[in-house]
Write a protein that binds this ligand. Structure first.
Ligand code: GLN
Length: 487
């Protein structure tokens, strides 16, 4: 792994901190300096507060000196997607609607990271309200792919992926509604984990589509993903959809769960539209698993082709309802031009939301409207059940499923002006959200043009320990993610 301190993994840094070879203040200073050096090119952040981060780092060092260190995350700087609440810091969703909003409270995940001793560092850019696959829909600026600044980092958590790839954080958090953690992770050569729906609390996450949204970590290794998930998983009474499940020791499971596993290859994920270099890289990874003694089985997920259509009905329906709260009255942008209260609603929303958000609100309102509800929304919910059933059927025969994370490596900025072309970036990630399953993207190679390629492993509900162990079996023996960008 790179000798630069800001490119090291959580596990490596935790060992250095524990050995007192470095302090959290030194590490945090290095991350701040790196951010100040490359941020002009990468543009991953919406805001950051060095003084606040250094104060947290000093507190971590003081704890450690006192013999009160809290574990592997104590003193590690972690960036947060700008849809997750951090007390006293801006919370914008990369929208004009919330451009001046400061969060009065911590999200549960933020609180849990603090309890683990992490240094909460920087708000990361995204597609406005997490709607998009390129971070070009941010109302503020476009984040660049650190491996090629002319290309997108993916989205919607593009800032979270790019910042980590560029050495501007040691890990980051994102949210994934249809692929927003896994897709940018694949495009930026980092690990991205979307946990099972209900494993991680959504309290303090700005809602996009509540039946699909899940928070998860971006890290440099699968081991780091296990460490981060350990800190943020678990039941929360403030999120009624969070499950009461036993949380195992994920990091220990990487060693105790050894396989060999039965791995399914769904034919629907290797068809038309898949870039041959991506297909070849994933195939090579599959061959590696075979060499470990894993049984590789073809499986079928026959309703895959309806995934994107179903997603864009359910996600827009839920977003039209969730975003109704931005009315210019309670918080967020308020128009100064309005004649009366109805005009105030119209103008505040017209001025505050960007074009993609408006498109989705209109679409979502339509599919929920009387006369269309049964034809669109209700039918989409039924097909969603079939999609979940496809996966559960496959899991009668296999332990996990392997697919490409994205059809192509990172595309050029501006290349997908047509919304439908953008929506199709998520063909391989959306099914996982619709079915509520855990999915992880891990680096598995580079294109001939030097762009990162990711592979997706899909696990069974709440079986993150197995999923991480399977991913670790590959990741710990390959060092793709140690190849850092030239900035
Ligand atoms: N790209 C998908 C969308 O635009 C997924 C976004 C997400 O996961 N937040 O809705």
């Amino acid at each position: 792994m790179s000798s630069e301190i800001f490119n090291k993994s959580i596990a490596e840094l935790a060992a250095l901190l524990e050995a007192k070879a470095i302090t959290s203040v030194e590490l945090t200073r290095a991350v701040i300096a790196r951010t100040q050096a490359v941020e002009e090119k990468v543009k991953a952040f919406n805001s950051y507060d060095p003084a606040d981060a250094l104060a947290q780092a000093a507190a971590s060092d003081a704890r450690r000196a006192d013999g009160q260190a809290r574990g592997p995350l104590d003193g590690i700087p972690i960036g947060i997607k700008d849809v997750i609440a951090v007390t006293g810091q801006p919370l914008t969703a990369s929208s004009k609607m919330l451009a001046n909003f400061v969060s009065p409270y911590d999200a549960t995940v933020t609180q849990k990271l603090r309890q683990a001793g992490a240094v909460i560092w920087g708000r990361l850019n995204l597609d406005e309200f997490a709607m998009g696959s390129s971070t070009e829909n941010s109302a503020f600026h476009t984040t660049r792919n650190p491996y090629d600044l002319e290309r997108v980092p993916g989205g919607s958590s593009g800032g979270s992926a790019a910042a980590l790839a560029a050495g501007e954080a040691i890990a980051t958090l994102g949210s994934d509604t249809g692929g927003s953690i896994r897709q940018p992770a694949a495009l930026c050569n980092v690990v991205g984990l979307k946990p099972t729906y209900g494993l991680v609390s959504r309290f303090g996450l700005i809602a996009f589509a509540s039946s699909l949204d899940q928070i998860g970590p971006f890290t440099r290794t699968v081991e780091d993903a296990a460490i981060a998930l350990q800190a943020i998983a678990g039941h929360d009474e403030r999120d009624s959809t969070s499950f009461k499940v036993e949380i195992p020791d994920y990091r220990a499971a990487l060693k105790t769960k050894k396989g060999p596993w039965r791995l399914g290859i769904p034919k629907e994920y290797f068809g038309e539209g898949l870039d041959p270099e991506v297909a070849a890289a994933v195939q090579k990874a599959v061959d590696y698993y075979r060499s470990l003694g894993c049984e590789i089985k073809p499986v079928s997920l026959p309703h895959t082709e309806y995934g994107v259509g179903v997603y864009y009905i359910i996600a827009t329906a839920e977003c039209s309802s969730n975003l109704a709260r931005y009315d210019g009255i309670r918080y967020g942008h308020r128009s100064t031009e309005a004649k009366d209260v109805v005009d105030l609603y119209f103008k505040s929303r017209a001025e505050g939301f960007g074009p993609e958000v408006k498109r989705r609100i209109i679409l979502g309102t339509y599919v929920l409207s009387s006369g269309y509800y049964d034809a669109y929304y209700l039918r989409a919910q039924k097909v969603r059940t079939l999609i979940r059933q496809d996966f559960l059927n496959a899991y009668k025969e296999v332990d996990a499923i392997i697919t490409p994370t994205t059809p192509t490596p990172a595309f050029k900025r501006g290349a997908k002006a047509d919304p439908l072309a953008m929506y199709l970036c998520d063909v391989y990630t959306i099914g996982v959200n619709l079915a509520g399953l855990p999915g992880i993207s891990i680096p598995c190679g580079f294109s001939s043009g030097g762009l990162p390629i990711g592979m997706q492993l899909i696990g069974q509900p709440f079986q993150e320990a197995d999923l991480l162990a399977i991913a670790h079996a590959y990741d710990s023996k390959h060092d793709w993610s140690r190849k850092t960008p030239n900035l």
